[in-house]
Ligand binder design. Structure first.
Ligand code: PMT
Length: 401
């Protein structure tokens, strides 16, 4: 558990009999070098005293949102920023319900809402409360709103005499899982820039040329890269997707805007992935005013857009370059052609002739092609495939990048 050394753990304790076990958890964390700050709800104080946790953690225990004395020390927003990781153990049904509905009505829920630190909860409650549909729905909804890890609960005999799921995981198991969070990951220390979504090429102030890219592939890659430890720049065309946690997003419209945004972050970029469906052409002239429909036919003169990924690959000190190839036939042959022509390190080929995969769908099916091999992955969610792509990149990354 060496990885806990100097890690800043915020431990939230809510009201439940398992709260007494947090004394052992705090002791284990401190023994392994973690800095621990404890936040208790009023309910938690009925089961274990703040003084015990203060003595074990070596820090004052926080419990009130409106305590001027505590705010004069480390205020609640500072505490939210201080944490490398937040664990709520035990997490009661009440706490889960309040978190799910975004109620910042005590210090602990406020901190969890205000912090961008990763969050895990270790539920502990009576087995019937755990099984209740309301609790289960709250957990599902909470996970759909925020990337929360749910650790446990364990099965077994409960303090009330019932038997079933609802026991908090043992303190040493919680400490082990916390240590696991700080493992060095495959892209730790790397910066990755990813383009996503379509571009829009203006014809006049109200019309444009674009395509059906939803951004889902690029956004899934951004999430997988962030989870693999990378710092992620996501440069996105116009899409309706939330930004993945801890990803830096820049919104752009046209191919030229996208190229400018990419070039701005290129000096810090170790890996570049072009998942965007960049329009190959744009109107030569963009009309200032809305074009009137007073002719039976109309011609738009198109000129070639810059090729973003080829521009990146042509730079001195270029990053590791991964392109996508959207093909409808001879997928591997065309993709390999792009690998060579654009001087890429890797190409992810996807067949975009089926409406169930590729453009604007949740799934994809890909073939990862590099200089010496090709690996095929059949239909799966874009997120799962993104994890595979990131693993491939990490395995092929030269030592000097
Ligand atoms: O966004 P989704 O709905 O999730 O759909 C995902 C996707 C199908 C758009 C994605 O998986 C994909 O295939 N993206 C690349 C689409 C594409 O433009 O392919 P291409 O074969 O035309 O381009 C090859 C590569 O050159 C791509 O990496 C592309 O980003 C890049 N390119 C293309 C043209 C251009 N002017 N600049 C570029 O950088």
């Amino acid at each position: 558990m060496q990885r806990l050394t100097n890690k800043r753990i915020l431990l939230g304790i809510t009201g439940g009999i398992a709260a007494y076990k947090t004394a052992e958890l705090v002791r284990a964390l401190v023994t392994h070098g973690a800095q621990v700050r404890v936040v208790m709800t009023d309910g938690a104080k009925e089961f274990i005293t703040p003084l015990t946790l203060q003595a074990l953690s070596g820090n004052p225990v926080h419990h009130s949102l409106l305590d001027p004395e505590a705010e004069a020390g480390m205020g609640h927003i500072e505490l939210a920023k201080w944490a490398d990781f937040i664990l709520v153990a035990p997490a009661s049904a009440n706490f889960i319900a309040r978190m799910t509905s975004g109620m910042g009505n005590d210090l602990l829920t406020t901190l969890c809402l205000a912090s961008i630190a990763p969050l895990a909860i270790a539920p502990a409650m009576n087995q019937a409360m755990w099984a209740d549909e309301i609790t289960q729905n709250n957990l599902k909804q909470l996970q759909s709103l925020k990337p929360v890890q749910i650790w446990g609960p364990d099965q077994g005999e409960q303090a009330c005499g019932d038997v079933g799921p609802g026991r908090m995981l043992e303190p040493l198991e919680l400490a082990r899982r916390l240590a696991e969070q700080f493992e060095r990951k495959v892209l730790s220390g790397k910066t990755i820039t990813i383009t996503a979504g379509p571009t829009r090429e203006a014809i006049d102030p109200v019309r444009y040329i674009s395509n059906h890219s939803s951004g889902k592939m690029g956004f899934s890659l951004a999430r997988a890269a962030q989870e693999a430890g990378a710092k992620v720049n996501l440069i996105s065309g116009p899409v309706h997707l939330p930004t993945p946690e801890r990803v830096h997003r820049t919104n752009v419209e046209s191919a030229q805007n996208m190229l400018d945004a990419v070039m701005a972050v290129l000096p810090e970029t170790d890996i570049f992935i072009g998942a965007a469906a960049v329009a190959d052409y744009r109107p030569a002239d963009v009309c200032d005013q809305k074009i009137k429909k007073n002719q039976d036919d109309m011609h738009i003169h198109l000129i070639k857009n810059p090729d973003i990924i080829a521009t990146v690959a042509a730079q001195d000190n270029r990053p590791f370059c991964v392109g996508f190839a959207a093909e409808t036939q001879d997928v591997v042959a065309y993709a390999r052609g792009k690998l060579e022509k654009k001087k890429l390190n890797m190409v992810v080929a996807n067949d975009v002739s089926s409406q169930h995969i590729g453009f604007n769908s949740d799934d994809n099916a890909i073939i990862i092609i590099d200089q010496d091999a090709s690996t095929e992955y059949s239909q799966a969610s874009k997120y799962v495939l993104s994890q595979k792509i990131i693993e491939h990149i990490a395995a092929k990354l030269p030592k000097d990048i």
